[in-house]
Design a binder for this molecule. Structure first.
Ligand code: HEM
Ligand SMILES: *[C@@H]1O[C@H](CO)[C@@H](O)[C@H](O)[C@H]1NC(C)=O
Length: 551
């Protein structure tokens, strides 16, 4: 005992550690008791569902996005639409929902808040109070500030700039055609989606398509320091350098967006007619001027309070991030799936030929008549089908004592108290009871003639209800335009059997070679999604591209 008497700090550490261990054990025992008789995989009195989970993850690629686990658990253990997963103390205890009906109730009526884990994961990148992970008044305020900027009517006025950016992206793809090598399509897709969202949200030319971009560099670096998977490797998760590097790059991103905001603030003319300007940045500033009405509202002399400025920067950053990453991943999968499915590819090209004319570049027609894009039903169906199979995001909420999930099969009401409540929509997109031949890419499912066969609320890649995706109309518009301007021009094929040909660009994809061992397919497909903030295509979607002769 003398050692301890002489070292009060050591005593403190031992006491802390001990109480921590006791708490973990206590919580785990409580949870095991609660989960014992709940529907779910075989439950072990000591290990809970950790064994079952371990077996599932061993059969899947190491880096695969965890949102596919729900599908695989349900299938392997023949579970119902709602089941529990007890992963304490390694991860969270959760209730997983694969029912469209219950999903709708959670999204529309529950009022459940975002799970703190999502904030813990995303806040270092998106900042405090950001619109994706915040709740209550803070969220509501900013959501209503930005809503007008994402209304469809306003977005249609943005079609010309979307077309412009896409044309530059086409030129970049042409350079890849000339090079003739396997490349990571996600790189080019990220650039075009950043340039578009940068213009829509900040009214600023990010120019990532045409020049080396600091913003893009910081964004990629920040991403590369995000935790890679819901890894079971504690050294990976608790790497002490990680939060520091992430904080550094977040700071660089803030500086970048901050200077755009300051510039805009100082040049904002108060005499402007109650503006038509709906770029996110203008809407944010407008809200500042409203809040400060009556004070010195002349921007020439006024200064933005640091508190407002910080939150505004976080929101703009969030919009730029959420507005490019998911969309870039989706366009990659659209090309990949079309490349693998000649009959769908034939149909989408035939539709574009019939609307814009065979061999006619659609860009000038879209600029003069943006609403032509709404005629492209098969293009829309293609995007929807892509999102069914490879949706990049889902919603994770924190359960409440008074909120129960109703299993539509049995009518049982399942408690959610304090659990992670998860509706992994892309697992839902693969369920054979909802989607006949779920692993088959078939855009016809979403053609108007088949509308009555789609199970209500089963397609929810943007989620629904008050916390649905603010950018969904923009995303759909962008994705349709990108396809309309490229899919007749190029042949693009996945090249997962040529991964070795890829350049080692040292950033997102090549860090951990252990990812290359073990199973390399999910849903029978090598193009599985990995967890990198949202879900990105594995290895940045390696493809080969050739130019088609336009007929
Ligand atoms: C294919 C593209 C996209 C998909 C699949 C997608 C999906 C989603 C999903 C599932 C959510 C709910 C997340 C949750 O509950 O935690 C969400 C929220 C959000 N998305 Fe998207 N998104 C896409 C594109 C965009 C775009 C283009 C923007 C443009 C700004 C955007 C901005 C946001 C924001 C700000 C939220 C939080 C909204 C709120 O909570 O009020 N997303 N998105
Ligand atoms: C279509 O036309 C635009 C400009 O009119 C051009 O920038 C773009 O590269 C063209 N697309 C193709 C595939 O030739």
């Amino acid at each position: 005992m003398t050692i301890l008497n002489d070292h009060p700090i050591l005593v403190a550490v031992v006491v802390l550690l001990f109480s921590y261990v006791v708490r973990v054990i206590y919580n785990t025992v409580q949870m095991r008791r609660f989960m014992r008789d709940k529907p779910g995989p075989p439950h072990h009195p000591i290990f809970g569902h950790l064994q079952a989970m371990g077996e599932i993850s061993q059969a899947l690629p190491k880096r695969v996005h965890p949102h596919v686990f729900a599908y695989h658990l349900q299938k392997k253990y023949n579970l119902g639409q709602v089941f529990y997963l007890d992963l304490t103390p390694v991860s969270d205890a959760m209730i997983i929902n694969l029912s469209p009906e219950a999903g709708q109730d959670i999204a529309q009526n529950s009022g459940l808040h975002k799970h703190p884990k999502v904030g813990k994961f995303l806040d270092p990148l998106l900042g405090e109070g950001n619109m994706v992970t915040s709740d209550g008044a803070q969220w509501k305020k900013w959501r209503s500030v930005f809503n007008p900027g994402f209304a469809l009517q306003h977005l249609m006025t943005q079609v010309p700039l979307i077309v412009d950016c896409t044309n530059i992206y086409v030129q970049n793809l042409e350079k890849q055609v000339v090079k003739g090598e396997v490349f990571r399509l996600e790189d080019e897709a990220t650039k075009v989606t950043i340039d578009i969202i940068g213009k829509v949200v900040c009214d600023f030319e990010f120019k990532t398509l045409t020049a080396d971009s600091l913003f893009l560099d910081y964004m990629r670096k920040a991403l590369s320091w995000m935790p890679d998977t819901q890894s079971f490797n504690p050294f990976h998760i608790y790497n002490p350098i990680r939060p520091l590097m992430l904080r550094y790059y977040k700071w660089r991103l803030d500086q970048f967006i901050g200077s755009i905001l300051d510039e805009r603030f100082s040049t904002r003319s108060t005499s402007e007619p109650k503006t038509r300007r709906k770029a996110g940045i203008d809407l944010a500033l407008e809200s500042w001027f409203k809040e400060n009405a009556g004070q010195d509202v002349d921007s020439k002399t006024a200064t933005m309070d640091p508190e407002f400025r910080k939150y505004a920067i976080n929101q703009l950053n969030t919009l730029v991030f959420a507005g490019h990453d998911t969309t870039a991943s989706t366009i990659c999968y659209a090309y990949y799936l079309l490349g693998k499915n000649p009959s769908a590819l034939f149909k989408i090209r035939a539709e574009l030929d019939s609307i814009f004319g065979p061999g006619v570049n659609a860009s000038s027609q879209l600029v003069s008549d943006p609403y032509l894009i709404n005629k492209c039903e098969y293009v829309l169906a293609t995007v929807k089908e892509t999102l069914r199979m490879f949706g990049p995001a889902s919603t994770a909420r924190i359960g409440r004592r008074d909120y129960f999930i109703r299993d539509p099969d049995t009518g049982t009401m399942f408690p959610t108290d304090d659990l992670l409540v998860w509706t992994p929509s892309s697992s839902m997109g693969r369920l054979p009871n909802l989607w006949p031949e779920p692993d088959k890419f078939n855009p016809d499912r979403f053609m108007p003639d088949n509308a009555d066969k789609v199970v209500p609320n089963a397609w929810r890649p943007f989620e629904k209800g008050p916390r649905n995706c603010i950018g969904q109309e923009l995303a759909m518009l962008e994705l349709k335009i990108m396809l309309a301007l490229t899919i007749r021009e190029f042949d693009i094929c996945g090249a997962f059997d040529e991964l070795k040909e890829l350049e080692d660009d040292g950033s997102l994809w090549t860090k951990d070679s252990s990812f290359q061992t073990g199973p390399q397919q999910c849903y029978g497909d090598p193009a599985y999604q990995v967890l990198l903030a949202a879900a990105k295509p594995r290895e940045g979607m390696p493809v080969r591209i050739t130019k088609r002769a336009m007929r």
